[in-house]
Design a protein around this ligand. Structure first.
Ligand code: ADP
Ligand code: MG
Length: 724
């Protein structure tokens, strides 16, 4: 098929397609966690002492008693086989933001040629997936392939059902033969331990005698796009890069805001319900769904859970979104910026810390000014964001998120904290050395008797802040939609651990002078605010003035691109932070820099190659075909004595020539290989390759506006965003 024939066919197929019938309603209580080997299933299938022991490990983080592993493995296998699984997989989370799994059968061949099913404690607890192809940032050479997976007892095993069968999935850590973390789970677990230790210390100083382990919680809001697969499969850029590298803006985009929170299209709602029922079976508490700002963009948010489980569930949620979309004829795009000029997708990481004895430590209550515990924890966060803002920026730095940050639709690349009016006032008072009051919640009378009084929160929200307090948690809004939430959670927990540790030491030294605890708290928090208060900002984060003020007056850094941000990982104070909290060794940290830098460079190089091939093999030929058709028409007409205006022929010829010239430059630029360092190569990608890609795109998109639609080979923005 040439020209737009394939597109026309796709539109017909979409319009005439039969919707997948919605699933019959299922009772939530019946399907909830049906596919999860959770505590209640363990209780039903394990001998009492074994259950008690494993429950203790799960709830308190105590080391697993190796002698019970065989019994647990057998019960897990029997349960999995009763649900049709013949294979199990150690699932792990390499540094690529992806989820990896290695499948093994329960099958064991006996001497007599018969088979039995077998699953021992040993293979449950430890696997050796080889995994030599996963990036490890120089920790090991490819010939030193050994890598081990180890069972994370705190994240429940589950059955993954696909049309091809069921597999028992076991969440694991992934480490090298030398014991270094090669994944995102090990440091996340370590960061929780570090934060727990520091939080415990502070809570005890504050006079608590009964202090349960402190954990962090995470609820992640996931934004995504759905594009019909009939279109997506005709776009090499969507298939290989996850975003469009070409495409002229449609006459109508999102300017009417008519998609945001609008009625969910029928076909999409059927898809969402399918996703939700799968998630419920997997014990993932999907809670919120709505249309997002851009046409074709949606959001799903589960109820928050313990950080480690939330992180595994988040990875699983992305997998379920992709798989289910396929079933419904959609391609789910998790890329941060699938369409230029249209809002991109983020993942808001809602984060709080708490425990069973003190509750949510970031809950201010009704009168935050006299809630010492809250003030200390909130103060610790403020200090953390100021000291380690660049690290927060580095951990969300990817080639894809660069399109979003600072683009007036997502928070800027400058890290600041939004507290809301009420808390801002309280922390302003702290600076003066006395806190006496906090603004109270209000009541709104809407002036119509039948309407109820609505309560008004003591502080508003701020969409433009990268890190905002939202009532009883912080919301890290700058995280990219395709990212694992582990990285951001590791940084948040680790910087909090560092701040709490510092505050604990300062409090101890004040108390040793014999002052009252409340006085000591104000003294220390005053110090925190004097030194770190500049990071608190309640205004418009999109504005020019803020960008100037943040950098020039407040000394905050504005690391615009990944090339600017990633080198932060190599700074000494960051190495110190991770080393003293025990979250990452210097070798592990260094390897992370290498892996993330390599990923950045590779993504841009792949995109650049794709720009070249699409422009040469799809766009240029379309322009030439149209030109030849135009010029032969003109020649024919001239022979009849009719002259047509030739300006469009000239325009297309000029644009085509300019595009070819830009392509030549991009090709040459891609050929450069002599770089003094990884940092230099990253800068080259950001400052040379990307602008050249944009230049090619500029000419190509202009051609799309000149060439007859019937000659255009790529599904257009209009079709991809609006035809459902
Ligand atoms: P928004 O109004 O910001 O779009 P959503 O309802 O879409 O909010 O998502 C808010 C997310 O924050 C949910 O995942 C929710 O469970 C989570 N959340 C709520 N309270 C906490 C908390 N204390 N700690 C962590 N996450 C929380
Ligand atoms: Mg939301």
């Amino acid at each position: 098929m040439s020209g737009n024939a394939a597109r026309v066919q796709a539109v017909h197929q979409i319009i005439n397609r039969e919707l997948m019938p919605p699933k019959p309603p299922e009772r939530l209580e019946e399907i909830w966690a049906e596919n999860v080997f959770n505590l209640s299933k363990m209780q039903a299938s394990l001998p009492k002492p074994v259950f008690k022991s494993i429950k203790n490990t799960i709830l308190t983080g105590e080391r697993l008693d190796p002698s019970i592993a065989d019994t647990v493995a057998t019960a897990m296998r029997d349960w999995a086989m009763s649900k049709g699984a013949l294979y199990y997989a150690h699932v792990f989370y390499p540094m690529t933001n992806l989820t990896a799994e290695k499948h093994d059968g329960f099958i064991s061949v006996q001497g007599d040629g018969n088979v039995i099913s077998e699953f021992s404690g040993k293979v449950l607890v430890q696997g050796e997936p080889d995994g030599s192809s996963f990036p490890n940032g120089g920790i090991r050479d490819t010939f030193e392939a050994r890598g081990y997976t180890g069972w994370d007892v705190t994240s429940p095993a589950y059955i993954m059902e696909t049309d091809n069968g069921s597999t028992l999935c076991i969440p694991t850590v992934f480490v090298s033969w030398t014991g270094e973390a090669l994944d995102k789970k090990v440091p996340l677990l370590r960061s929780i331990t570090a934060m727990d230790k520091a939080a415990n210390k502070v809570l005890k100083i504050l006079g608590n005698t009964n202090v349960a382990p402190v954990n962090s919680s995470c609820g992640a809001e996931q934004e995504y796009f759905l594009v019909d697969t009939n279109f997506a499969s005709q776009r090499p850029d969507l298939l290989l890069a996850g975003r469009t590298l070409f495409g002229k803006a449609p006459a109508k985009g999102q300017e009417f805001d008519d998609h945001y929170f609008g009625a969910i299209p029928e076909r999409v709602q059927v898809f969402m319900q399918d996703v939700e029922s799968t998630l419920y079976k997997l014990g993932i508490p999907a809670k919120t769904r709505h249309n997002e700002v851009a046409p074709g963009q949606f959001e799903i948010a589960p109820f928050f859970e313990a950080a480690n489980v939330a992180s595994d569930h988040q990875q699983l949620l992305m997998t379920v979104l992709r798989h289910t979309a396929k079933k419904h004829g959609f391609t789910c795009l998790l890329h941060e910026k699938p369409f230029a000029g249209i809002n991109g997708s983020g993942k808001h990481v809602n984060w709080s810390v708490g425990n069973a004895t003190q509750g949510n430590l970031l809950d201010p209550g009704d009168s935050p000014h006299d809630n010492a515990q809250f003030l200390v924890f909130c103060g610790a966060v403020i200090r953390g964001v100021h000291k380690y803002g660049s690290l927060m920026r580095a951990v969300i730095a990817t080639a894809s998120n660069d399109h979003r940050l600072g683009a007036n639709e997502a928070p800027p690349a400058i890290m600041s904290v939004y507290l809301g009016t009420q808390l801002e006032e309280v922390f302003e008072q702290i600076k003066t050395g006395t806190v006496t009051e906090s603004r109270q919640k209000g009541v709104m009378d809407l002036g119509v008797d039948v309407l109820p009084y609505l309560t008004k929160d003591a502080g508003d929200r701020n969409r433009t802040s990268p890190f905002a307090f939202t009532g009883n948690r912080f919301e890290f809004r700058a995280v990219g939609s395709s990212q694992s939430v582990s990285g951001p959670l590791i940084v948040l927990n680790t910087m909090l651990a560092d701040s709490l540790d510092w505050i604990g030491n300062r409090l101890e030294s004040e108390l040793s002078k014999g002052v009252e605890c409340s006085t000591a708290i104000i003294t220390v928090l005053k110090e925190v605010m004097e030194e770190h208060g500049v990071v608190v900002f309640g205004g418009n984060g999109y504005s020019e003035e803020w960008h100037k003020m943040a950098v020039e007056e407040r000394g905050l850094s504005n690391l615009r691109t990944t090339a600017d941000a990633l080198p932060v990982l190599k700074e000494e104070y960051i190495e110190d932070l991770f080393e003293k909290t025990g979250v990452l060794t210097p070798v592990e940290l260094e390897s992370r820099f290498e892996v993330y830098a390599e990923q950045y460079i590779l993504s841009i190089e792949v995109e650049a190659k794709l720009v070249i091939s699409m422009a040469k093999t799809l766009i240029y030929p379309a322009a030439m075909n149209y030109l030849s058709s135009l010029s032969s028409t003109m020649t024919n007409l001239t022979s009849l004595g009719i002259e047509l205006d030739k300006s469009s022929v000239q325009t297309i010829a000029d644009l085509s020539n300019s595009m070819v010239a830009a392509l030549g430059q991009l090709s040459d630029a891609l050929g450069k290989h002599d770089f003094a360092s990884t940092e230099e190569k990253m800068q080259y990608c950001a400052k040379t390759l990307r602008p050249l890609m944009d230049e090619v795109r500029g000419y190509a998109d202009a051609l799309e506006g000149e060439v007859a639609d019937s000659f255009w080979p790529l599904p257009t923005y209009q079709e991809m965003l609006f035809v459902k």
